[in-house]
Design a protein around this ligand. Structure first.
Ligand code: RRO
Length: 311
C-alpha cells in the first residue's frame, strides 16, 4: 500500500480505496495541472519524498505528437484561469519512451489520461497502455470533437456510450471517464458512461470561456476560446458532482476550484471518492499536500501529526 509518507503529506491519514487501488488519502491532481517531471527537476528528490498527491494523473496523451495552441495560452481571471493549451504532448510513442519511465518512478500509482479524435484512436491508446504494468488506471478525456461526426464525444450520451463500449473490452485496468461540463446534461452522459462499462467518472473539466485583449479587443487566447478553472467554477463543480453522484453508483473523482481542505470535504460530502487539485497547484506546487493535511484535520480531528492511519 502507498504510505502516507510517500504521498508527501506529513499528516494526511485518510486511507482510501478507489477502483481496487489503495491510496494514502483522497487527494490527487487534475490532469495537466502538475508537471511531475519538471517539478522533479526544479525541486529535486525532495519532491518524490514529499509527493503532494496520493496518485498522479498525467497530462493528456494523444496518438500523434502535438505542438499545442499558439500563444498566448493563459488568461488570469480575478479568481481563476482560462487556458487554451491545446494538448501539446509527445504522442504515444514519445510518452512511452520518455515520460512513462520517469512517471513510473513516482512513489504513487500512475493514472494515464488519453484522448483521441476517433474511437479507433482512443482504442489504440487504451490497448497500448493496457499492457503496461506501470499504469494503474486510464482516464478517457472525452472533451474532444470526434472528427468523423463533429460532435464533442463527451457532450453527447450516445457518443460517449459508443466510445466506452469500444474500449471497455481492451483492458482490465480501471477506466475513468472524464466528463465535460460543456454538455446539455452531464448527468445523462455520466449515466451512459456507467452503462457502457466505465469504472469511475471524473468531473469537472474546464468550462468554455473567452477573454478579449484590453487594447485590441480581439480574442486574447491563441486558441480564441479556452477552459475556465479555479475558484470561479467551484460552485458549478459542486452542483454537477452532487447531481452525477445521485445518478450513478460508480466512484467519482471530483474537481473544480479546490483550494482548501474544506473545498475537498464539500466535494466528498457531495458524493465523490477522490478529489483533484488543479489550478491551485500553479500558485503553490505543494497545494495538494496542504489540502490533504487540512482535509485530514477536518475528517480526523483526533489524528496526531505524523501518525499513521489505522484505517
Ligand atoms: O490541453 C488543453 O488545452 C486542455 C485539455 Br486537453 C483539457 O482537457 N482541459 C483543458 O482545460 N485544457
Amino acid at each position: 500500500m502507498t504510505s502516507a509518507a510517500a504521498s508527501g503529506s506529513a499528516t494526511a491519514a485518510l486511507p482510501t480505496r478507489f477502483c481496487g487501488i489503495e491510496l494514502a488519502h483522497p487527494i490527487v491532481n487534475g490532469s495537466g495541472t502538475f508537471d511531475a517531471i519538471a517539478a522533479q527537476r526544479a525541486f529535486g528528490p525532495a519532491l518524490v519524498e514529499q509527493f503532494p498527491f496520493a496518485a498522479f494523473v498525467s497530462k493528456t496523451v494523444t496518438l500523434a505528437p502535438r505542438e499545442g495552441n499558439p500563444p498566448p495560452r493563459l488568461w488570469e481571471l480575478p479568481a481563476g484561469l482560462i487556458n487554451s493549451i491545446g494538448l501539446p504532448n509527445k504522442g504515444l510513442a514519445g510518452y512511452l519512451t520518455h515520460d512513462l519511465p520517469e512517471l513510473a518512478a513516482l512513489p504513487v500509482p500512475l493514472i494515464v489520461n488519453v484522448m483521441g479524435f476517433t474511437r479507433d484512436e482512443v482504442a489504440e491508446l487504451v490497448s497500448a497502455f493496457a499492457e503496461r504494468d506501470e499504469v494503474a488506471a486510464l482516464e478517457l478525456n472525452v472533451s474532444c470533437p470526434n472528427v468523423e461526426t463533429g460532435l464533442i464525444m463527451g457532450a453527447d450520451p450516445a457518443e460517449t456510450a459508443l466510445l466506452v463500449e469500444r474500449v471497455r473490452p481492451l483492458t482490465d485496468k480501471p477506466l475513468i471517464v472524464k466528463l465535460t461540463p460543456n454538455a446539455t446534461d452531464p448527468g445523462a452522459v455520466a449515466v451512459a458512461a456507467e452503462a457502457a462499462g466505465a469504472d469511475a467518472l471524473s468531473l469537472i473539466n474546464t468550462i468554455r470561456g473567452m477573454a478579449l485583449d484590453p487594447r485590441t479587443h480581439e480574442p486574447w487566447l491563441g486558441g480564441t476560446t479556452g477552459g475556465v478553472s479555479g475558484a470561479t467554477v467551484r460552485a458549478v463543480a459542486l452542483a454537477q458532482v452532487y447531481d452525477v453522484a445521485g445518478r450513478v453508483s460508480i466512484p467519482l473523482v471530483a474537481m473544480g476550484g479546490v483550494q482548501r481542505g474544506r473545498d475537498a470535504d464539500d466535494l466528498l460530502r457531495a458524493g465523490a471518492t477522490l478529489v483533484a487539485v488543479g489550478t491551485e497547484s500553479f500558485r503553490d506546487p505543494l497545494a495538494g499536500a496542504r489540502v490533504a493535511d487540512e482535509l485530514t484535520r477536518i475528517r480526523r480531528p483526533d489524528a496526531r501529526p505524523g501518525a499513521r492511519a489505522r484505517g
